[in-house]
Structures are given as structure tokens and as C-alpha cells.
Design a protein around this ligand. Structure first.
Ligand SMILES: Cc1cc2nc3c(=O)[nH]c(=O)nc-3n(C[C@H](O)[C@H](O)[C@H](O)COP(=O)(O)O)c2cc1C
Length: 206
């Protein structure tokens, strides 16, 4: 079992005063309250090339640095604004520059913000698919902030809806709890045995 779960948060918005960034920070607060150490990865501070798919970008800019920071994490909170019914391109590019080494068997939590009333539901559903493709465990609880301009204080970037803030925090807490569970030796052994088991074990006895 790891001594302390480490959770990183990656908001997929580069906008100054981004509500997504503020939301990810709240989720990380929830992770800390659940006992994790946390790191906020601000993509504005990462020099990332576009993923070209050939691996020749591996040594460019901060690609290795980003990978190392995510590799160290047991859990990852991904935050996205809703852009045209999906998640943002900047987050997609960052994810495409990484892969199984950073995400496989890790625990992912999702938060999203939108200008409209749907609360980034589509964006988070699409991200859930990406998590599956990366063989990560995406926790069921997710938090969407609809009409973000209406519930955030623009100066302090605090989320004024307490219930919503609680839900956002619960994503960070759930990531921490499940990341911890994944690191427990017995739980790992159980998951490995389950993966190696014949389909529907015991069904022949019924
Ligand atoms: C390119 C673009 C597309 C957007 N598409 C949607 C959308 O489909 N649905 C929606 O509710 N809001 C949409 N919005 C509004 C954003 O979700 C909203 O402004 C959000 O706060 C942006 O996140 P940020 O504050 O982290 O930058 C869009 C904004 C941009 C810039």
C-alpha cells in the first residue's frame, strides 16, 4: 500500500480567470481533505507541441516533464470546459502526448464547466471514453458546473454554490479513496485474480 496517495489535477483551459482551473483546484482540495498530496498542472505553463503521432515530439518542450508529473500520480482529476459539445482541444492534445505509462490502472475523476445549462455533461462523457481507452478507472461521481459565469465570483474565483462545491470536492475525495484501494496489496491481488479468472467463474455449479 502506498504511504500517501498523490493526485494531480489538469484543467483543459488556458483562459485567464478560467472557471475550469478554479473547479479543478476545488476538486484537489477535496483530495487533500481525503488525505492525498496534490499537484495542479497548469497547461499554460507547459510548452507542449501538437501531438504528431510519430513520437518525434517526445523530447520537445515540456513533454517529458508533463509525463513524469502524471506518472508520479496515483490519481488524476481532469477538468474541461464544454467546447462545442465536447472537451477542449488543449486537453485532448495534452492527453495525446501521454498514454498507458501515465494512465493505465490509475484512477481518474472528471469535472467540467459550461456556459450553458448542461454542465459539460457531453464533455465529461467523451472524457470517460478516453479514460477507458487509456485503461484507467474513471470514478462514477463526476461534477459539472452549468452556467459557470453565474455561480463563480469572478474576482476570487470562488464557487458560490455550496452544494456544487461539495460535489466538486467529492470527485477529488473519491479519486483519493479509490486510488488508495487500488494500491492495497489484497485489492490488487483480487483484481489480478479477477482479470485472470475464467468468464463468469462458478456459473457451472448452478
Ligand atoms: C469554443 C467554445 C465553445 C463553447 N461551446 C460551448 C458549448 O457547446 N456548450 C456550452 O454550454 N458552453 C460552451 N462554451 C462556453 C464555455 O463552456 C464556458 O465559457 C466556460 O466557462 C469556459 O471555460 P473556462 O472558464 O475554463 O475557460 C464554449 C466556449 C468556447 C470558447
Amino acid at each position: 500500500m502506498v504511504s500517501r496517495v498523490h493526485v494531480v489535477g489538469i484543467p483543459g483551459s488556458l483562459r485567464e480567470g478560467s472557471y475550469t482551473r478554479a473547479t479543478v483546484k476545488i476538486a484537489l482540495e477535496g483530495a487533500r481533505e481525503a488525505g492525498a498530496s496534490t499537484e495542479h498542472i497548469d497547461l499554460r505553463e507547459c510548452a507542449l507541441p501538437f501531438c504528431r503521432g510519430g513520437g518525434d515530439e517526445d523530447l520537445e518542450g515540456d513533454v517529458q516533464g508533463l509525463r513524469e508529473r502524471v506518472k508520479r500520480a496515483h490519481g488524476i482529476v481532469l477538468g474541461t470546459p464544454e467546447y462545442h459539445g465536447s472537451y477542449s482541444g488543449v486537453l485532448k492534445n495534452a492527453l495525446d502526448l501521454m498514454g498507458f505509462d501515465e494512465f493505465e490502472n490509475k484512477v481518474i475523476g472528471l469535472v467540467g464547466v459550461s456556459g450553458g445549462r448542461m454542465g459539460a455533461h457531453s464533455a465529461m462523457s467523451h472524457l470517460r471514453e478516453v479514460g477507458r481507452a487509456l485503461h484507467a478507472w474513471v470514478v462514477p461521481t463526476q461534477a459539472g458546473v452549468p452556467r459557470a459565469w453565474d455561480v463563480f465570483d469572478d474576482e476570487a474565483l470562488t464557487l458560490e454554490d455550496e452544494d456544487l462545491a461539495k460535489r466538486v470536492k467529492s470527485v477529488g475525495a473519491e479519486v483519493t479513496r479509490y486510488a488508495k484501494l487500488h494500491s492495497v496489496e489484497n485489492a490488487r491481488a483480487f483484481l489480478d485474480a479477477w482479470a485472470a479468472a475464467q468468464p463468469n467463474p462458478g456459473a457451472e455449479d448452478r
